[in-house]
Ligand binder design. Structure first.
Ligand SMILES: [Zn+2]
Length: 449
């Protein structure tokens, strides 16, 4: 049974053949560590964990190298560190913030049933590799020095833009907004820049006297090179990273090594919405993984994520999570599940996953195993997919929140906004709350049995 994967670069689903079956290599862009990761950040972590498990199953656990970086140099980190620890030197504050956030991230994704990657390199530990790449690019005429910056020259790469399939005109329109005076071309992007006073700084490459720091894109080219080589099998990330981040990674790596591709397969997971809207703090629908874990078992969140195919946009709803809870509870009901420690993927599920990681189909096959009463296969497959325990804790009920939602629903009904009233009723149902509308216009509620 062949493994087929969709490649964003060539826009086709095709058979996966590793460059070296004894060492299958995958790189996925990891978190920028300054705050709790949100549920949108969890999507690539869960999706590529399933792929990691599938590759380990097919090629052997010892033959798959999965690299996911930690971005620990970034303006957002500097700002957060200065805000949280104003009395400390910035470098010390940054270290505290990045180490704390990295621990939180690990705790969160461990709870989601994700294996740790083989290597988790930190950007600040790979500045030498970044500088080596920058020197190579300047020597080859693909980059230039200007006012303490080093810039990649986009016109020097004739097929720049293939991954995102953008025309040069489109990119020019996008880049024209505010063109820095030191850029030869509006599309050129930063490989290295001067550090502001107090910011993290390293000795600069290319004979630049003032210390500086790397741009964002170069770190992934450097870390993938160090840990996976000049070309590797799979590069993954969220679809929002296609342009400019991944386009620029490709430009840097291919022009440094004169290779036809950076990775043979480029895989991108779709966007995540919450209750039909873009997740944003101002809309009040912004959830961190940590907040959701306070209410739901991690395996339920994992299961809910996998009900949608990774390339499709996902609409994350409370109703959906509640359904996932019930489904997973039913699938793990067999007493043998708890005691079975064996991990093995049933052939029908393997076939679904081997078709570009078709997890909705795989879940349908889990139901089929359940329906047939093939509990041994169901139990070992669930374990192999990262489900190690039956969802235990019911969501705790926040009575204050329930009252507030009921009040809002009554107000909506009074205003004859029945759509909103129904939405609020659904939200309460998803929390496991049953409503009873009384004749006197009030609403009673109880927790569903
Ligand atoms: Zn990256």
């Amino acid at each position: 049974m062949e493994l087929k994967l969709y490649d964003t670069l060539t826009r086709e689903k095709r058979a996966f053949r590793p460059l070296d079956p004894a060492r299958v290599r995958m790189y996925v862009c990891g978190p920028t560590v300054y705050d709790f990761a949100h549920i949108g950040n969890a999507r690539p972590v869960i999706v590529f964990d399933v792929l990691f498990r599938l590759l380990r199953h097919r090629y052997g656990a010892g033959h798959v190298t999965y690299v996911r970086n930690i971005t620990d140099v970034d303006d957002k980190i500097n700002a957060r560190a200065a805000e949280e620890y104003p009395s400390l030197p910035l470098n010390e504050a940054i270290r505290i913030v990045t180490e704390k956030t990295e621990r939180q991230f690990h705790d969160d994704v461990d709870a989601l049933g994700c294996l740790r990657p083989t290597v988790e390199p930190r950007a600040t530990e790979h500045v030498d590799e970044m500088k080596a790449l920058i020197e190579k690019l300047v020597a080859a005429g693909h980059a230039y020095v200007a006012e303490g910056h080093v810039l990649f020259s986009v016109p020097s790469m004739p097929d720049y833009g293939r991954l995102s399939n953008r025309s040069l005109e489109e990119m020019e329109a996008g880049a024209r907004v505010e063109v820095a005076p030191y850029k030869k071309d509006a599309k050129d992007f930063v490989l290295w820049k001067p550090s502001k006073p107090g910011e993290p700084a390293w000795p600069s490459p290319c004979g630049i006297a003032a210390p500086g720091r790397p741009g964002w894109h170069i770190e992934c080219s450097a870390m993938s090179w160090k840990h996976l080589g000049e070309m590797f099998d799979i590069h993954g990330g969220g679809i929002d990273l296609v342009f400019p981040h991944h386009e620029n990674e490709i430009a840097q790596s291919r022009c440094s090594f004169h290779t036809p591709v950076m990775a043979n397969f480029w895989m991108h997971n779709g966007f995540l919405q919450v209750e039909g809207e873009k997740m944003s703090k101002s809309l009040g629908n912004f959830f961190t993984i940590r907040e959701l874990l306070a209410d739901w078992p991690g395996e339920v969140l994992r299961f809910n994520m996998l009900r949608t195919h990774y390339r499709q946009p996902i609409d994350w709803t409370l109703n959906g999570v509640a359904e996932s809870f019930n489904t997973l509870e039913a699938l793990t009901a067999d007493p043998g599940f708890a005691s079975s420690k064996v991990e093995a993927i049933a052939p029908s599920v393997l076939e679904a996953l081997s078709d570009d990681l078709n997890t909705p189909k795989a879940i349908a096959e889990l139901h089929a195993l359940h329906g047939k009463g093939d509990m041994a296969a169901l139990n070992t497959t669930l374990r192999a997919l990262g489900f190690s325990q039956r969802p235990q804790s019911r969501r705790r009920v926040d009575a204050q929140k329930v009252s507030a939602l009921i009040d809002a629903r009554l107000a909506a009904r009074k205003a004859k906004n029945f759509k909103e009233a129904d939405r609020l009723r659904d939200e309460l149902h998803a929390m496991g709350i049953e409503l009873e509308d009384k004749r006197d216009g009030t609403t009673a509620w109880k927790v569903k049995a």
